[in-house]
Design a protein around this ligand. Structure first.
Ligand SMILES: NC(=O)c1ccc[n+]([C@@H]2O[C@H](COP(=O)([O-])OP(=O)(O)OC[C@H]3O[C@@H](n4cnc5c(N)ncnc54)[C@H](OP(=O)(O)O)[C@@H]3O)[C@@H](O)[C@H]2O)c1
Length: 314
């Protein structure tokens, strides 16, 4: 069975087609014949060695990838699931060692897998689980009430875009950043106010919310440059573990791995896609064998929507 993995950390060129042992669904698990695997920024960090310490004692190849869509082809004994063989599904992959999303077949806990949204392609469906759950987790951590104001940085990105849309569905007022080229996109996602992105983001947000915002989801990872936008006693969600000590602000570290086994939340996201509340954005598809090219593109910045690797099964 094929996957895309690495034997050494490095540039995009270290990604290669690897042969992996066939795996089968055990009790409580399902197996998915993968059709689409997304390429996320975190995959590039893994490739460069960000998790080298955690992988030190694990033999390569290491397989990146945190979400997949495909068709169920095995259900393990005792899986309490309403899924059936042949169902089109999507899931987040909490990757470790060779257990990553860049593989043509993957075994996952049944309670991490849900049906793909009706009317959406496998490629589109694959773009939802990991970033949709991350956006949900940040909003759950910030715990704002309807009518309160949320600021979102990196709003044109996958995480930021989902935060904007889910926040609007939660009844929040949303101030989001964008480059001139992304203004229309971010407005179309539903932001109430769009401000110019940049190093002065806190000042830009304060121009439209002089008392500061109630919460901020920091998709651009601007951290200290963004926190000034938050009112005293507000809240701040970092996607990469940053925390400050500021004016009574509560700092949250969003880590989507904590939302593994949350088919209930993923199911709700699926319903929101079907209701037109969430937009699935695909930047481009590439054959899985061209994963290195996908990594080059994502590292070049400016990709809007997700790059998706497509598997061809013989
Ligand atoms: N902790 C978790 O569990 C978790 C889960 C998912 C994602 N993440 C992290 O969340 C972040 C966003 O992920 P994503 O998939 O949404 O990435 P993405 O699609 O690349 O979006 C990031 C957005 O932020 C913009 N940006 C980057 N640096 C900026 C800056 N200095 N000022 C203003 N805008 C800037 C990017 O613009 P350009 O393309 O023009 O640079 C892009 O629009 C990544 O760091 C990712 O690793 C963490």
């Amino acid at each position: 069975m094929r996957g895309i993995g690495i034997f050494a950390f490095g540039g995009p060129e270290v990604l290669q087609v690897v042969e992996l042992p066939e795996t089968h669904a055990a009790a409580g698990e399902v197996r998915i014949r993968v059709q689409a695997s997304t390429v996320n920024p975190t995959d590039t960090y893994l490739r460069k060695g960000a998790r080298a310490e955690a992988l030190r004692t694990v033999p390569p190849p290491h397989v990146p990838g945190m979400d997949v869509a495909g068709v169920i082809d095995e259900i393990g004994a005792g899986a309490t699931t309403n899924l059936a063989i042949g169902d089109a599904v999507m899931a987040m992959v909490v990757n470790h060692a060779s257990h990553g999303g860049y593989r043509e077949s993957i075994v996952l806990p049944a309670d991490a897998v849900v049906r793909a949204p009706a009317g959406k392609s496998m490629v589109e469906a694959a773009t939802l689980p990991m970033n949709g759950l991350t956006a949900r987790q940040s909003l759950d951590q910030l715990a704002l009430k309807p009518g309160q104001t949320l600021a979102v940085t990196g709003a044109a990105g996958c995480y930021g875009g989902y935060v904007v849309q889910l926040a609007k569905a939660d009844g929040l007022r949303v101030i989001a950043d964008a480059s001139p080229a992304d203004m229309a996109l971010v407005r179309a996602l539903g932001a109430d106010v769009v401000v110019p992105r940049g190093d002065d983001i806190a000042a830009q947000i304060r121009k439209v919310a002089p008392g500061g915002v109630d919460g901020l989801a920091d998709g651009s990872f601007q951290s200290g440059a963004a926190v000034g936008a938050v009112r005293d006693g507000g809240s701040f969600a970092s996607v990469r573990g940053w925390a400050g000590f500021d004016r009574g602000i509560t700092f949250h570290k969003t880590s989507v791995r904590d939302y593994n086994h949350r088919a209930d939340l993923l199911e709700r996201l699926r319903q929101q896609v079907e209701a037109g509340r969430i937009t699935l954005r695909v930047a481009a598809t590439l054959p899985a064998e061209q994963a290195a090219e996908a990594h080059r593109r994502i590292e070049a910045k400016g990709v809007r929507g997700r790059l998706v690797l497509v598997w061809t099964h013989s």
